[in-house]
Design a binder for this molecule. Structure first.
Ligand SMILES: Cc1cc2nc3c(=O)[nH]c(=O)nc-3n(C[C@H](O)[C@H](O)[C@H](O)COP(=O)(O)O)c2cc1C
Length: 340
């Protein structure tokens, strides 16, 4: 495909459909897309109305979510035979412009990530909050997930049993604090969709999981005081398999890189038939986030825990269609220059 091939509506639609399939905190889908047709640039902005002021006051989780969407855009562009040139935070005068993706010439053999299975995994990946079987994930798959995080500019630490317990402790503590915090619980509840209610955002109660009957796995309880919609407890896998995603710095661009790495890891896992879910609670309290940092690394800024294994697929959560995720009913079309 030549560089100057027009970005037709079908191409834009498939790019954005892939982008919005990314995971996002509480399924807030905190992104907006613009399109500079003339320069073949997709612009990715944050959506200020879809933030979580108490849970995510610095917007770090929002950036992780947007980073995941950018990774999907990259994969979709490669799938369509276009080379994506990604710039993070390209305009210091427009802080809400988080990334641009310019579609340049045709793909060549060196372009990464090249694995076509990753693109297929975009639609198959869903957060699975159910118990997993506990069957160990073969080491080569874990190594591939670790390499994926590294290739995207982050790190994935997969701890042993003792290290896993160490990481789950601050998560359990955060879960308890969230429970006790009435306003945070209320904020979370606004993103939970009651049965029968139609919404393109938030998490339907049917996608939530049960608590662990053994009390070991601190899965997030999204329902707070609404005990009636909580599922009955089930026994979770005894030895949970976890990865801690972290970066060596903690700037906005690191959060966007960590988001891309997160999605690279999740899709690698999905392509191998694994299920995944995320535990972000500890990251929402500065002292508990610090407690999950790896003691042997002087500069370790944790972002999220990724739980992985074999088990039931997660339920599908809704999405606002890519085109209406852009400002108004369609992408914000511009013909001007995107600032350097
Ligand atoms: C930064 C971030 C943090 C998340 N934290 C949690 C969490 O703590 N618990 C959880 O069950 N899901 C968590 N999720 C998963 C989202 O709830 C999920 O991606 C969203 O509801 C969309 O569903 P899907 O992943 O099945 O497409 C998180 C996702 C992101 C990107």
């Amino acid at each position: 495909m030549r560089t100057r091939d027009a970005l037709d509506a079908a191409t834009v639609e498939s790019l954005l459909a892939a982008a919005v399939a990314a995971p996002s905190i509480h399924n807030t889908q905190p992104w907006r897309f613009g399109l500079d047709v003339h320069h073949q640039v997709l612009e990715v902005r944050s959506a200020p109305q879809r933030t979580l002021p108490l849970t995510d006051p610095l917007h770090r989780a929002q950036y992780l979510s947007v980073g995941a969407a950018v990774f999907n855009l990259r994969l979709a562009a490669l799938h369509l035979g276009r080379r994506p040139e990604v710039r993070l935070l390209p305009d210091p005068y427009e802080p809400g412009l988080l990334a641009t993706v310019r579609l340049t010439g045709s793909v060549d053999a060196e372009d990464q990530p090249a694995d076509p299975g990753l693109y297929e995994a975009i639609a198959r990946r869903h957060t699975s909050r159910m118990p997993f079987t506990g069957r160990p994930v073969p080491e080569p798959i874990v190594a591939e997930m670790t390499a994926a995080a590294h290739a995207a500019g982050a790190r994935l630490h997969v701890p042993d049993i003792a290290g896993t317990r160490r990481l789950l402790r601050p998560t359990a503590a955060a879960e308890a604090r969230n429970h006790a915090h009435r306003d945070r619980t209320a904020e979370t509840l606004t993103w939970i969709t009651a049965p029968g209610r139609d919404s393109s955002y938030g998490i339907p109660v049917t996608a939530l999981g049960p608590p662990d009957a053994a009390g070991r796995m601190p899965m997030r309880d999204f329902t707070g005081p609404l005990r009636a919609v909580r599922r009955p407890a089930l026994w979770f896998e005894r030895h949970v398999q976890l990865g801690l995603l972290w970066t060596a710095h903690d700037r906005r661009e690191d959060w966007l890189r960590a988001g891309q790495a997160l999605q690279y890891v999740l899709l690698t896992a999905t392509a191998h038939g694994l299920r995944t879910s995320l535990l972000h609670q500890a990251m929402e309290w500065p002292d508990l986030r610090a407690a999950t940092a790896l003691p042997r690394h002087k500069r370790c800024h944790p972002h999220v825990l990724i739980r992985f294994g074999y088990g039931p697929d997660g339920a599908v959560t809704p999405r606002a269609p890519g085109l209406s995720a852009a400002a108004g009913a369609g992408p914000r079309i511009t013909t001007g220059r995107v600032s350097p």
